[in-house]
Design a protein around this ligand. Structure first.
Ligand code: SF4
Length: 408
């Protein structure tokens, strides 16, 4: 169902949604607070831009009826590399230099050239082609298509160049969200298209993964994208989500998940233990460990004493055993054991309670489930607002201990 929407369109891109999925805090820095940090691009992003520029130039020449030589493409690439390079470009990986990446870009272009020259496949409709797609419900999806081509029989191809070091499997390529969204955009722009092919070039591997999407898949993707946008719009908390990608994050220097790591990085390892934060975390971890161990030991001792007490009471026929300050009642009877939540018979029990009209009398509301429904569920806005009207916002501090991440 398409809801009527009167407000301004909310504009999203694939990378914006992916940023939220990978780290909500990074999303907040980048898209909500628009924080400016004095950090240059990663060398991987720099390499990707230079290779994209070179291929854009190459196909621009092809559109003019010219076919550049490989040397011309490489010269163009090298000139742009030199012109754009600054010391602000970040090299994160150890043991590699700018030249490693520069040569990697040349290799990508060489492989691409050898496979595709003289670049006569299809009619180029657009290079770095911007698109805007109305997803309905007031949501606009925007992006750029590296190269859009038209082929005989109303077949359209979206070409995307990847310089990353990961080669997806064909199954992963068939599920690729970015490719699916681009297919949606091309279908919307060329409704008469007989077929839209998604050609993803993995340049480092000299591989191209060609997929397409069915109407059903596109409808599901559209609905899922709207759901993702709604989730982002509803978000009120933006926690940091640390991952291997943090090393490339431009907000590393201001990220609260990294601040203490940066403090420690400034200290020699011999002074880490004396640092106040380290000392507090170590003390807390030691106390929690002690609590766990003590509690396990006491539970074991309690079980042994209880067993002995029951044996004593039974032997003497006592229902109450008296201590110095407290006394213990020992009740020997039977209890009903009903199927628990993981028990296969639980579903049957719930069905029977409903059938017998007892459900309302027995069921209790799970507040955790209500919270999840309000936060992540696909609830109508009016229903969400009605529930939230009864909720309060309370301050909360949570401390969780986890195994320390390797040094970054
Ligand atoms: S450094 Fe990591 S946790 Fe912090 S904002 Fe960036 S991606 Fe998120």
């Amino acid at each position: 169902m398409t809801l009527r929407h009167n407000g301004p369109m909310a504009r999203y891109s694939y990378s914006r949604l992916e940023t939220y999925a990978s780290c909500p805090l990074k999303y907040k820095f980048q898209y909500l607070d628009r924080v400016k940090v004095d950090v240059g691009p990663s060398v991987e992003a720099f390499l990707g831009s230079r290779v994209h520029d070179a291929l854009e130039w190459l196909y621009g020449q092809v559109q003019l009826g010219l076919v550049p030589t490989l040397d011309e493409v490489l010269a163009r690439y090298g000139e742009a590399w030199d012109a754009e390079w600054t010391d602000r470009v970040r090299i994160v990986r150890q043991g590699v230099t700018a030249d490693t990446y520069r040569r990697l870009g040349e290799k990508c272009l060489r492989l691409y050239f050898r496979r595709h020259a003289p670049f006569a496949e299809g009619l180029v409709l657009g290079l770095e082609e911007p698109f805007s797609l109305d997803l309905g419900e007031g949501i606009e999806l925007t992006g750029y298509i590296d190269r859009l081509t038209k082929h005989d029989g109303d077949v359209y191809e979206v070409h995307d160049y990847k310089t990353s070091g990961n080669l997806p499997t064909p199954e992963e390529a068939a599920r690729d969200v970015q490719a699916g969204l681009y297919a949606l955009a091309v279908r919307a722009r060329f409704p008469h298209a007989r077929e839209v092919r998604l050609v993803w070039h993995y340049l480092r591997f000299d591989e191209r993964l060609v997929t397409s999407r069915s109407e059903v898949e596109l409808a599901e993707l559209r609905a899922d994208t709207v759901r993702r946008v709604r989730e982002v719009e509803r978000a009120t908390e933006f926690p940091p989500q640390e991952s291997a990608l943090c090393a490339w994050c431009e907000y590393f220097g201001i990220c609260p998940a990294k601040g203490h790591r940066l403090v420690l990085a400034e200290l020699p390892p011999s002074r880490h233990r004396g640092e106040p934060g380290v000392a507090l975390v170590d003390r807390l971890a030691a106390l929690k460990r002690e609590l766990r161990e003590t509690s396990a030991r006491l539970e074991g001792e309690i079980a042994v004493v209880e067993e002995a007490l029951v044996a004593y009471a039974r032997e003497h026929g006592f229902a109450v055993v008296v201590g110095t300050e407290v006394e213990a009642t020992v009740v020997d009877d039977e209890v009903l054991a009903l199927p628990g939540s993981g028990d296969p018979e639980r579903v049957e029990l719930e069905d029977r309670l409903r059938r017998l009209g007892l459900w309302e009398a027995c069921a209790t509301v799970s507040l955790d489930k209500v919270k999840k429904l309000v936060r992540d569920g696909d609830l109508p806005e009016a229903a969400r607002a009605e529930i939230l009207a009864l909720a309060r916002v309370e301050p909360r501090v949570t401390i969780r201990l986890r195994r320390r991440r390797p040094a970054e």
